[in-house]
Design a protein around this ligand. Structure first.
Ligand SMILES: [Zn+2]
Length: 288
């Protein structure tokens, strides 16, 4: 199956009151782990690529080639969207050109009028190719790959303005943060989420910063209209912990344990376990 836009899978998720996970990828192992788990769980999936990760993987063309080749070789039949995460205007244009099936344009740091103008332009160009578009209102807190957000709570009226432009999914700050949450975190603002949901109707809403939000809050957010949850840091932590354990146990020094295919295997398995856990939590298992 070739890459698909995220539009249809998210509309189905919204109607079915579950969420599709966006799992950010960093390299071949990451991509393989996420694709295999989605197939095993018979779940739709969104592969997220930040601009930094795109650069790390040698550009968007490389990413598209790797993902498409892998899907064919692994026999992946579940719906897969390849999505630019927190894209700039220029980054979104490059990904549309390279063959991504979905892009996020994060104009949340612009004044609302400029965010609207630029989002409209991206929608027009992406729309011609059937590529889905995510927009953001009210910047999401914390730092992700050099993109620093102020952690504002979105204005529901601004959310409606952007939703009405014809985006396919909308990210709105509701107290969520990228990376690890501080101990004194106040939790998600469900009142604002409910207001946004009320104003934007059937628009699938996106929850960024999925790592460390208590499971009950994630579930509640899904009942309030969240249809896409982004997971990034959690896979990184799982991968690092499993790799650390392998080395601390001295396994890289036993036989050919230094072989990268062996050295990276526990981390890859750990990503798979985390992705599966998230798909179960989001309710997307069996929805492909
Ligand atoms: Zn994000």
């Amino acid at each position: 199956m070739s890459l698909v836009s995220a539009k249809e899978m998210l509309q189905k998720a919204k109607a079915g009151k579950y969420a599709v996970g966006q799992f950010n990828i960093n390299n071949l192992e990451w991509t393989k782990a996420v694709l295999l788990t989605a197939q095993e769980c018979s779940s739709p999936v969104i592969l997220g690529v930040s601009e930094g990760a795109g650069k790390y993987m040698c550009g968007y063309n490389t990413v598209v080639g790797m993902v498409k080749g892998m899907m064919e070789t692994l026999g992946i039949t579940v719906p897969v969207a390849l999505h630019l995460d927190h894209g700039s205007y220029e980054g979104a244009m490059k990904c549309i050109e390279a063959g991504f099936s979905s892009v996020m344009f994060d104009g949340s740091h612009y004044p609302i009028d400029e965010n609207i103008e630029k989002t409209k332009e991206i929608i027009r160009i992406a729309g011609e190719k059937g590529i889905s578009v995510e927009a953001e209102v009210g910047s999401i807190g914390g730092e992700e790959d050099g993109v620093v957000g102020g952690g504002e709570v979105a204005d529901p009226d601004e959310c409606k303005q952007i939703a009405d432009l014809g985006v396919d999914m909308l990210a709105a700050g509701i107290g969520n943060i990228h990376g690890v949450y501080p101990e004194n975190w106040q939790g998600l603002n469900f009142d604002v989420l409910a207001q946004i949901q009320e104003k934007t109707g059937t628009m699938p809403l996106v929850l960024h910063g999925g790592t460390g939000i208590p499971e009950e809050m994630v579930k509640k957010a899904i009942t309030l209209g969240v249809s896409k949850v982004n997971v990034n840091t959690e896979c990184q932590l799982s991968f690092a912990a499993a790799t650390r354990q392998y080395i601390e146990e001295g396994k890289d020094k036993q036989g050919k344990g230094f072989d990268p295919r062996k050295l990276l295997a526990p981390g890859t398995e750990a990503i798979k376990a985390t992705v599966k856990e998230k798909m179960e939590l989001f309710g997307s298992v069996g929805k492909a």
